[in-house]
Design a protein around this ligand. Structure first.
Ligand code: PEP
Ligand code: MN
Length: 338
């Protein structure tokens, strides 16, 4: 619920309203903007009567937020959220941020070689999985701590931000220390305990859409992080499971303008897991930029044929470089850049 107060409402009257709501068990967020006093009320606002609140002389209007997610909604936060990752801005109409790197960190040489290429190609951030949630227990599961240490080395050497996926809460301190954006993978989108823990830290979270989750479920997962106090959530569309088997998943590009309409959170696209084929990655990347995506998360490998995971959907460096060049041209057409 949003309570709009009259322009000249004295501070003492605002405090009285806030105190009463807090006594009644609600959380109140002061969303005052451009001199207009707005109070966002969180909690089970079905228990509040609009007429009773509206009866206060200082209240100009009361608006109910009908969506079950509140802090993630555009109504609650009309301006775009822009997340600053060590000077790299994600969201708003800022530059489109490119994150490139292998599915998995495989060894020191591999990640250093890819990091160098990613930086030269003009990407700002490096991705690389150290803890992998593989479908099969018989395949490569990631280098774990060793993998994170190589990412840190690559980050320092090539001045790149680092994104890596967390799989369990007990590794949280290590991730806070080592990475710039903590990724929550599709399989963990509804791991509520993990989301709650991520809500208590001050670090950007890249929240992937679940394998078969609706937009509402996805935004409710974001709400767990936001309501815990961490406002730095970046959504990532990575394709959803449909009847179609020709592609690994079905990339839902329409979700980009939809998210922009109903939420203020930045949204990026992962065309690699969405399509599962490297030949489709460039076209979907360009389409995602044209549709308003705030960034791309792309798998890149120096030797895709021998990659320990997802080689079939990984771009070689020359294709990644030319994708960025074409992407920059598309971004400029819509008033952005790379
Ligand atoms: C990944 O980005 O490495 C990954 C496993 O993706 P997803 O969670 O989208 O399947
Ligand atoms: Mn992968």
């Amino acid at each position: 619920m949003i309570i709009t107060l009259k322009k000249d409402t004295p501070k003492i009257e605002i405090e009285k309203i806030v105190n009463q709501l807090e006594i009644d068990g609600f959380k109140v967020v002061d969303m005052t903007n451009d001199g207009i006093h707005l109070l966002g009320v969180l909690g089970d606002t079905n228990l509040l009567e609009e007429q009773n609140i509206g009866a206060n002389d200082w209240v100009s209007c009361v608006t109910r937020i009908t969506a079950p997610y509140k802090k993630a909604s555009r109504e609650f936060h009309p301006q775009d959220t822009i997340i600053d990752v060590n000077g790299i801005k994600i969201g708003g109409m800022e530059d489109v941020v490119i994150i490139g790197g292998p599915c998995s960190v495989e060894n020191r040489e591999q990640i250093m070689t890819i990091a160098e290429g990613v930086a030269k190609a003009g990407a700002k951030m490096l991705r690389g999985g150290a803890y992998k949630l593989r479908t099969s227990p018989y395949v490569f599961q990631g280098l774990e701590e060793e993998g994170l240490s190589y990412l840190v080395e690559a980050k320092k050497k090539y001045n790149l931000g680092v994104v890596s996926e967390i799989t369990t809460i007990d590794k949280l301190d290590q991730f806070i220390e080592d990475v710039d954006i903590i990724q929550v993978g599709a399989r963990n989108m509804q791991n509520v305990e993990l989301l709650k823990a991520l809500g208590k830290i001050d670090k950007p979270i890249l929240l992937k859409r679940g394998l078969a989750n609706t937009v509402e479920e996805w935004l409710m997962s974001a709400e767990y992080i936001l309501s815990g106090g961490n406002s730095k959530v970046i959504l990532c569309e990575r394709g959803i499971r449909t009847f179609e088997k020709a592609t690994r998943n079905t990339l839902d590009l329409s979700v980009i303008p939809l998210i922009k309409k109903i939420s203020h959170l930045p949204i990026i696209v992962d065309p690699s897991h969405a399509t599962g084929h490297w030949e489709l990655v460039e076209a979907m990347s360009l389409a995602a930029i044209a549709a308003g995506a705030d960034g791309l998360l792309i798998e890149v490998h120096n030797d895709p044929q021998n990659a320990l995971s997802d080689g079939q959907q990984s771009l070689k460096m020359k294709n990644f470089t030319s994708l960025i060049e074409k992407g920059r041209r598309i971004a400029r057409v819509i008033g952005r850049d790379i």
